[in-house]
Design a protein around this ligand. Structure first.
Ligand code: ADP
Length: 166
């Protein structure tokens, strides 16, 4: 049997329960899931790459077939390096579709051996995004139910300029 390796790329700034749900489900489908934090210069992230990798690794310790990494450059090159044949993306609403469809077709053009598989969000997380979580946290709101207590502590530390304990 072939080893089925899937890459789940994203910004994860910060990591939410919506992301964790996708990883949980992907880990049951694939032999190995590599969560790949993208170093995207077009965005101005709240958390550094190292912080996001550490944050995700901590939240996924119960999933033995999940590893966390980061990548610079093209996702297709990273996937190839990791011998992955599948890219996983989450779909929350129709509004996600157009961009995701374009990315999937672009990645397939760049590497025809790579397929994108979409996992549909659970309805309870379909409204949830990292940017909404950042907005709430920045205004001192309660993010319980959106992110884990660990990520909530990271957020609170960011907005009060303290360093959280990892
Ligand atoms: P990106 O900047 O690459 O979109 P994100 O961290 O925002 O990075 O999202 C990474 C992936 O997780 C995307 O496929 C996105 O659609 C998916 N995702 C984000 N939030 C949720 C959620 N609440 N439920 C399901 N999938 C989600």
């Amino acid at each position: 049997m072939k080893l089925r390796i899937a890459v789940y790329p994203g910004s994860f700034d910060p990591f939410t329960y919506g992301h964790l749900d996708i990883i949980d489900r992907a880990a049951q489908i694939f032999d190995q899931v590599i969560v790949a934090v993208s170093v995207n210069s077009g965005k101005n992230p709240l958390f550094t790459i190292e912080e996001r990798v550490a944050m995700i690794a901590k939240e996924c310790t119960h999933l033995k077939n999940v590893e966390v990494d980061c990548f610079y450059g093209l996702l297709v090159d990273f996937a190839c390096q990791k011998k992955a044949r599948v890219i996983i993306r989450g779909l929350r609403a129709v509004s996600d579709f157009e961009y995701e469809f374009q990315m999937a077709l672009t990645n397939r053009k760049l590497n025809p051996n790579l397929d994108t598989i979409f996992l549909v969000s659970q309805p309870k997380y379909s409204f949830l995004s990292s940017s909404i979580v950042k907005e709430i946290a920045s205004l001192g709101g309660n993010v319980t139910g959106f992110v884990s207590p660990g990520v909530a502590a990271w957020l609170s530390a960011k907005f009060t300029n303290k360093k959280p304990e990892v």
